[in-house]
Design a protein around this ligand. Sequence first.
Ligand code: ATP
Ligand code: MG
Length: 381
Amino acid sequence: MAKILGIIGGGQLGMMIAEAAKKMPEEISKIIVLDPTKNCPAVQAGTDQIIADFKDRDAIIELANKSDIITYEIESGDSNVLKSVEKNAEINPSPETLKIIQDKFLQKLFLSQNDIPVSEFIQIESLEDVKEGLKEFGFPAMLKARRDAYDGRGNFKINSEDEIQTAYDYFKGQSLLLEKFVPFTMEVSVIAARNTKGQIKTFPLVENIHEENILRETIAPARVSEKVTKKAEMIAEKTMSVLKGAGIFGIEMFVTSDEDIMINEIAPRVHNSGHHTLQSSVTSQFEQHLRAIMGLELGETKLLHNTIMYNVLGEPGFTGKYDLPYIAENGVFLKMYGKEISKPLRKLGHVNVVGKNGESVDELLEKLRGLKQKMTVKSSD
Ligand code: ATP
Ligand code: MG
């Protein structure tokens, strides 16, 4: 029997999950999104909505009462509240898994206890702890909020002695951890899935380029040696084998100059660096996520075409209504998220430049260079 799907969070990730769900009418009969914003992106894909904060206990109870199965596009949900409604709806990934992953300290502890390589880190409870940690790690080092961080907003890179106090004050009493800085040569990620029956599949390794702490570009496949690819995929598989829970996990990693791999962090949800799969693979990460949480056989993950994903971001210094970019070119797929207002660096959409005719990554990068101007967000006034 077809099921009713509840999604916590109705931004672009929720929207693309909903769009994939609409293509599975035999499995999913209805989609309800919990999001505080009226006409949020997911609703524009034709879902019902409960308008409330993501952490609103009553709203989550209502969602669980109305749904058969619940998933989420954000990792900041209250895992205790989710746990308490498990009898009313199946929740994937499970609240236990969410609890570990949503706290960067617990997550790193979990990974290191399972012999999965991460940068050195310590828990921070006072300014003294930061100073002690810096003695050990040296400069620079990363001070991070344990919870509720995204797009680098929960990070402060401490470059020298005189930045310690400013960095500490920046977090205003939040729980913190300090990490040794990794002088990486590249950032890469693996989108991995486990279904409720334990089947695991990973998408090929991709390369991620950040600007201002925000993902700007993903290159599929990553431009690394066979050795690095193998190592990263092995680490991703090992991670999936110890981490319980069903769904898609975005595993972000650093590659070092001696071709070692360390995990930076894991997202318990579909991930921006997996958007290329909408055109580059038989199965998109969104469909794979649904297959995973519904206990269906996982789809094929092979990369069919080299693809570059480029995020359309709000321009710095501009807030307001904007003109939609327009691109009509072969092998170029623009996806806008239906957000009315642009804000500096807000994720408004993305474009996939797909090598349908066997183009190399370099050729696709060249093609993208010519398109970037068209994707600059401009005021519509
Ligand atoms: P996002 O939502 O973009 O994934 P986030 O807010 O959860 O980000 P992180 O992934 O922890 O933050 O860090 C953002 C970026 O900061 C990383 O992609 C990386 O470029 C840099 N960074 C984080 N930790 C380290 C580290 N220990 N050493 C070097 N660079 C780091
Ligand atoms: Mg990250």
